[in-house]
Design a binder for this molecule. Structure first.
Ligand SMILES: NC(=O)c1ccc[n+]([C@@H]2O[C@H](COP(=O)([O-])OP(=O)(O)OC[C@H]3O[C@@H](n4cnc5c(N)ncnc54)[C@H](O)[C@@H]3O)[C@@H](O)[C@H]2O)c1
Length: 431
């Protein structure tokens, strides 16, 4: 089946490459011409496991192509996916500027029946908004349907998440569009939930906000564990065996970040407010999250004293391991907070250096080419993203070059016993 995917970022590129892998014919569109040029040569601008191989193979097979010409892509496709960014606006709501632009451009390009599939995370009522915009901007009327098809992939494992999703949600009132969507995803073995567009839009926000709630909950529990002398990892294990709770997202750390959880919580608070409901629970989730970033800085202060002039080594800058994405990264926020308090910071991340360098420009942070260089002369090492490679560092070698052997492990990714045996002062979260 022929598909256009408009917006070739994390979600759009994965969607395009995976649909091509499923045998469909896909044209990915973006207004960023240098990105399209790179992708046409199989240069993938983001770090995402398996993605580059998938792009290369499907470019070669001819099932995947890239263009800046939305008109051409829409004309050649039955399905038009919208996968543009929907960042927070000043009020905390989702900024739909890009989605509106794309809807208008699709309207001007449609020349026969199309299924417009929205995968961007958007407020309740946006499917209807896109329908209205397309109708208003069409030069000549052609039949079309707009479907809500929220995306649940996680950065770091997005290809495998797309190919093996926990569920596929289709929000539509059109039998024709539902049948076509079912056919499009035929090769994917997952529960298919067909519902109305408003419920589909709500499912996405409710899911992300619930996961964010779990993270803030376990962080709050970790904070109490520290005071009462319990080990949060044992507590989470004991909780997780209950199938009503489960093990996922019960890992304490520096708070959640990324391009989705914070923005989607804010958007759901705004949607609720606009409809007369004060979502206090979710406000609390965001408050706990902000507080958690500060608590990590407090741990560093407790370990080394006043940060003014202290040499601090930061390991991990991405918003979590296995991605290069630093959008709303707790690691970046914590690094900036420490720099603002006068710390002299040297940092390293296995994949997010380029993005983090841009994000931290002007913050006075310097960057190293590996963890050992970060450790040299540092009074403390702060682990802010739990990359596997940090677990296997030679800590005896590191200890020899540090000014003082102190570690704050904000991801609980290291073994405290091993480190303490080597003579390190170790501080984790909730243990
Ligand atoms: N990143 C995730 O993990 C994830 C997961 C699920 C859902 N989502 C949602 O998916 C949407 C996209 O997220 P993302 O992380 O892929 O964003 P992104 O910023 O990585 O990519 C968006 C892309 O859209 C392009 N774009 C913007 N306006 C355009 C226009 N008018 N015409 C053509 N291209 C245009 C941008 O150039 C960019 O390449 C968001 O609504 C997000 O909330 C993201």
């Amino acid at each position: 089946m022929e598909c256009a995917v408009v917006g070739t970022g994390y979600v759009g590129l994965v969607t395009g490459a995976c649909l091509a892998e499923l045998g469909h014919s896909v044209i990915c569109v973006d207004r960023d011409s240098s990105k399209i040029e790179d992708l046409s040569k199989a240069h993938v601008p983001i770090y995402e496991a398996e993605l580059e191989n998938l792009v290369r193979a499907n470019l070669k097979s001819g099932r995947l192509s890239f263009t800046t010409d939305i008109r051409e892509a829409v004309r050649e496709s039955l399905f038009v996916f919208i996968t543009v960014d929907t960042p927070s606006d000043d009020s905390g709501g989702a900024d739909l500027t890009h989605l509106d632009e794309v809807s208008r451009e699709i309207a001007r390009s449609i020349d026969s029946y199309r299924v417009v599939v929205n995968k961007s995370t958007v407020p309740v009522g946006t499917t209807r908004r896109v329908e209205r915009l397309i109708k208003e901007c069409m030069e000549e009327y052609h039949e079309f349907d707009v479907v809500s098809n929220p995306e649940f992939l996680r950065e770091g494992t997005s290809v495998s998440d797309f190919m093996n999703p926990s569920r596929i949600v289709i929000g539509s009132d059109s039998q024709k569009a539902i049948m076509l969507m079912t056919e499009l995803y035929r090769e994917i073995d997952a529960p298919l939930l067909v519902t109305d567009p408003v419920s589909a839009e709500m499912i996405k926000y409710a899911s992300n906000s619930f996961l964010a709630t779990k993270v803030s909950y376990i962080n709050a529990i970790a904070n109490i564990c520290e005071v009462v002398g319990a080990d949060v990892r044992e507590v989470a294990l004991g909780m997780g065996y209950d199938p009503r709770i489960g093990f996922e997202f019960l890992k304490p750390g520096p708070g959640f970040g990324g391009s989705c959880f914070p923005k989607d919580c804010r958007a759901l608070i705004k949607i609720s407010k606009d409809h007369g409901y004060h979502f206090k629970l979710l406000e609390g989730v965001l408050d706990v999250n902000e507080e958690q970033h500060k608590r990590i800085v407090d741990k560093v202060v407790k370990a080394v004293g006043d940060l003014e002039g202290k040499r601090i080594g930061v390991l991990g800058l991405a918003f979590k391991a296995n991605t290069d994405d630093v959008r709303e990264s707790p690691a970046v926020k914590i690094t900036r907070m420490m720099a603002e308090r006068g710390a002299i910071i040297k940092a390293y991340d296995p994949k997010a250096m380029e993005n983090a360098t841009a994000e931290l420009e002007g913050a006075g942070v310097s960057f190293a080419s590996d963890a050992y260089e970060v450790a040299e002369g540092s009074s403390i090492l702060v682990f802010l993203a739990g990359w596997d490679e940090f677990k296997w560092l030679d800590f005896s070698r590191i200890k020899k070059t540090m000014a003082s052997p102190v570690v704050v492990d904000a991801r609980n990714c290291l073994d405290p016993q091993v480190l303490r045996k080597l003579g390190f002062v170790y501080e984790g979260v909730g243990r």
